[in-house]
Design a protein around this ligand. Sequence first.
Ligand code: PGA
Length: 364
Amino acid sequence: MNSIVSSRVFRNYYRQRTANQWHKVEAEGGVPGAIRPFLAGNWKMNMVPRSGVALAARIFDLCRGVKDVDIGLAPPFTGLSMLSDYIKPDFLRTEYDLGRNVFLLAQDTFFESKGAFTGEISPEMLAAIGVDRVIIGHSDRRTNLGKYFGFGSSVARRLTREFLTKELERLKAKGGADPKIVAALEHLVAEGNQEILAGTAKFFEEELKQRAGESDEAIQRKVHAALGQGLQVILCCGENLEARDTHETFTLLERQIRIALDGVSPRAMHDLIIAYEPVWAVGEGAEPATPDQISEVHDFLRNLIMDLYGEQVASSIRILYGGNVKPDNIVEIMAIPGVDGALVGGASLRAKDFADIVKFGLEK
Ligand code: PGA
């Protein structure tokens, strides 16, 4: 099998990365190997343990001898143990001529180490079964509503008023409702008793927060907990369609990154990878972001890391793209300056597709 480094596509990747101002530190003896491309498959809620091992075996078979890229596999929690036993470096070397470039990824972690947290898994538990890296803040776990914009009471009030209006209409249409209740509702909708509205809105707000998934603050705690256990972190960020349409993309991304990384030291940043995943580009039927869109966000993110941590960290951190990465667009995506790899969902469940993505740099 050809070495990827000897191939044209990979050389181009390397050249653009080298030409990039961020490369300077590498040349000066910065973090060795930090710019190796990282291609990670997020299996989401798919694969029972045995099918996961079978899929991994097919991928490794197709990726025989590929040593110049890092490969990540993220099965669901239940598949981690079995896959961990399977992907021991010695075995991978003798069986598939792979190096220590295969990483076991968890899809999430909780931030507490133990206790009464039914259903949660701690970073300690992941580390104990050989997990290398953990995905944190995936958009499947964040939500569009509220968390992106900090669900505010004005939204809650609007929802409350809409709810009350509908309720009023329903009662009127049904007929026979207690006239006092109808009058009270009419008054609330028309005048808006601020106290009652605020109270009801608060209730909605809490309710929605409960259901809205992970907040930036929870993600921050997870990042700290994972790094504290020696796990590397793949921190996901990305805007939803509403944010893109209202030109809030950068504000939102900045908020996600600043909060998630609050308190993370420059040293710890060497164990952190960022994945930019525009929510609107993720999943079946969606279109991937265009090279221009990817490029401007990756630049923005690297500049943000530069502001927060300085040049050395900014030059060595890997920033991946995720959102409908497929064998037929991986070469184009990896050619975008500042893209250091991909987080792949759907295509990572098909051995041949994922292997082709991993081997993006090999001559066909
Ligand atoms: P997709 O998912 O490749 O299926 O769009 C990407 C992801 O969610 O990580």
